[in-house]
Ligand binder design. Structure first.
Ligand SMILES: [Zn+2]
Ligand SMILES: [Zn+2]
Length: 166
């Protein structure tokens, strides 16, 4: 529902610390997040900030690296010579922090359940008559009557059986 657009500018505050095993990276990332409001489907743009700390270990000898097989990458990040690729770290930090249901605003009223209009634009006076249109009332009554076969149990019993598992 939401994501960080490709090519978006990220604000980074990075601290690199040299430790015995490698380089400890501490980063605060501020990223623009775009998506659709979970209630009204209007575009949403907000910023999010995540904090992460990862160790980039010195590259192991090629021998031991190969022995470890494909699982080596799962142990964590490693330095590529003198290079440190922050991208996977940022992605791993940002993706789980993305809002699952972003809202254009906290009190977004969403869409009208009856007609699908944007309630934020339609205004508070927007509404639908609860009463059934008189032209349909007769038809509805007839359908209700037809749905009940003669000698069927009363409405209470019907409700009980209807509450079973979906
Ligand atoms: Zn909304
Ligand atoms: Zn409506």
């Amino acid at each position: 529902m939401a994501g960080v657009q490709e090519g978006a500018n990220l604000e980074l505050d990075v601290t690199l610390e040299s430790v015995t095993e490698g380089v400890l990276v501490t980063a605060t990332v501020t990223a623009p997040v775009t998506g659709e409001c979970a209630r009204c489907l209007e575009p949403v743009a907000q910023t999010m900030q995540v904090w992460c700390r990862e160790l980039f270990s010195y590259e192991q000898g090629s021998g031991s690296y190969e022995q470890a097989g494909g699982d080596a990458a799962e142990d964590g990040y490693s330095l590529d010579g003198d290079l440190l690729d922050l991208e996977p770290v940022l992605r791993d930090a940002l993706v789980p922090a993305l809002p699952l249901a972003p809202l254009c605003r906290d009190d977004c009223p969403g869409l009208c359940a009856e007609c699908g209009v944007l309630l934020a634009q339609a205004g508070p006076e927007h509404g639908h008559e609860r009463a059934v249109d008189p032209r349909w009332a007769g038809l509805q009554q007839r359908m209700t009557t037809q749905a009940e076969p003669a000698g069927s149990p009363g409405p209470e019993k019907r409700e009980e059986s209807g509450r079973g598992r979906p």
